[in-house]
Design a protein around this ligand. Structure first.
Ligand code: SF4
Length: 166
């Protein structure tokens, strides 16, 4: 059986992004070839949001942010938290070996996600996506990367070794 890696679904070329655009990440294939199986997850689509959809943002408290739609100001925080709780429980039953997250997303980004202290304030790049944060807390021993890390040979080597041989 091949190692199973979770991945933000858009990186596999699935059309799940808020803007409906392709975000296929070819380096996944270059790095892993056919050596792994992928478990694609899109928190926003699995939450029931459509594609394309309104952009969502992180607001108010960087440690415990509110997740809201940009224009219509719909608060999705509790809905997302409920989905995350169920998803993490189901992922605990999977033989996951690691995860590759889409950078900068309010759901999937690991770090430097746009965060707004208020709707009037300019964004700061200091947030963590809600799903990424919950995943990392729930699986503290699993290796993870964001796709921008695929530029860093040392990070990639360490991740691959842990996934394939860890
Ligand atoms: S970054 Fe995450 S939430 Fe956004 S489209 Fe990709 S998988 Fe879905």
């Amino acid at each position: 059986m091949k190692p199973l890696i979770g991945v933000s679904s858009c990186l596999l070329g699935n059309l799940v992004r808020y803007d409906g655009r392709l975000k296929y990440e070819p380096r996944l294939k270059e790095v892993f070839g056919d050596k792994v199986d992928w478990l694609p997850i899109c928190p926003e689509v699995e939450l029931g949001l459509s594609t394309p959809r309104e952009k969502i943002i992180l607001l108010h408290d960087v440690e415990n942010p509110s997740l809201q739609t940009l224009e219509t100001q719909q608060d999705l925080t509790q809905q997302m938290q409920n989905w995350i709780d169920v998803k993490i429980r189901s992922l605990k039953k999977e033989p996951l070996k690691g995860f590759i997250f889409k950078a900068k997303s309010p759901s999937c980004g690991i770090q430097n996600v746009e965060f707004f202290s208020s709707r009037e304030a300019a964004p700061q790049r200091i947030g963590t996506g809600l799903f990424a944060k919950a995943f990392i807390e729930a699986f503290p021993h699993l290796p993870y990367l964001q796709e921008s890390d695929l530029d860093d040979p040392a990070l990639v080597k360490s991740f691959v070794e842990r996934v394939l041989h860890g």
